[in-house]
Design a protein around this ligand. Structure first.
Ligand SMILES: NC(=O)c1ccc[n+]([C@@H]2O[C@H](COP(=O)([O-])OP(=O)(O)OC[C@H]3O[C@@H](n4cnc5c(N)ncnc54)[C@H](OP(=O)(O)O)[C@@H]3O)[C@@H](O)[C@H]2O)c1
Length: 211
């Protein structure tokens, strides 16, 4: 699969490494330009290439957004329209500046990204610390395999994202749609940062105890 990644920090570079390892074609980008990513491209190797955010968005059948939430309006919205976009971003008012709509829980950060891009947004990888994402992938059936909650409105898009999660060694857990479901794994929620198996995460979701 062709995968574009926007944001090449802890989360973006970790996902690039996984996706290249399992055989995908990946273009990664940051805010400073592809030439600043030559070290990362050399280190990961394989199919990885660097581009601009626009090039990564155009290239990807799936595009992963791993930037500070405060920068979401910089996303190349024309190139992202109708694409499957994985939103890994989290809103922290202290870091990102206050957004009254999010502070009052009138909407969610993923819904705002969807409204801006008109993309088919699936929220995933936001609730796992990047070091666990880097180090704790395990084969299917391993007792220590961690859950990664995902939420989104489109079943097919969620299935694609769930497949990527399984292939890099984690168990996707479907939290529901991007609004109510997304709230169960955003900062402050029970599933956020929790190191749970799929069974444990599903039990919380079924009990309605995840928010
Ligand atoms: N750290 C974690 O454990 C973790 C886990 C899950 C989710 N998250 C969330 O995932 C997102 C990324 O976190 P991170 O820890 O990976 O951040 P990070 O290490 O600070 O990396 C952020 C990346 O985004 C790029 N970027 C910033 N503005 C951009 C723009 N306008 N266009 C394109 N690229 C841009 C930066 O590029 P430049 O350096 O060139 O500016 C950098 O490569 C955040 O929303 C965070 O809350 C973090």
């Amino acid at each position: 699969m062709k995968i574009g990644i926007i944001g090449a920090g802890r989360v973006g570079s970790t996902l690039a490494r996984h996706f290249v390892r399992i055989g995908h074609d990946v273009v990664i980008s940051n805010s400073r330009g592809p030439e600043t990513l030559s070290g990362l491209v050399e280190e990961i190797g394989g199919t990885l290439r660097a581009g601009t955010a626009e090039q990564a968005a155009t290239f990807g059948q799936v595009v992963v957004v791993c930037i500070p939430y405060s920068r979401y309006k910089d996303l190349p919205k024309d190139a992202l329209k109708d694409k499957v976009v994985i939103d890994t971003c989290n809103y922290y008012a202290q870091r990102d500046g206050h957004d009254p709509e999010l502070d009052d829980d009138r909407t969610t950060s993923s819904e705002k990204i969807r409204a801006h891009t008109n993309a088919n947004v699936v929220k995933a990888f936001n609730a796992i610390h990047w070091e666990n994402l880097r180090d704790r992938g395990r084969p299917k059936g391993d007792a220590g395999r961690l859950a990664i909650p995902i939420s989104g409105t489109d079943t097919e898009a969620k299935a694609v994202v769930a497949g990527l999660i399984r292939d890099i060694g984690f168990d996707p857990v479907d939290a529901g749609d991007i609004g109510r479901g997304g709230r169960t794994h955003q900062p402050g929620a029970r599933l956020y940062g929790a190191e749970l198996t799929a069974e444990e995460a599903n039990a919380l979701l079924r009990a309605g105890a995840a928010t």
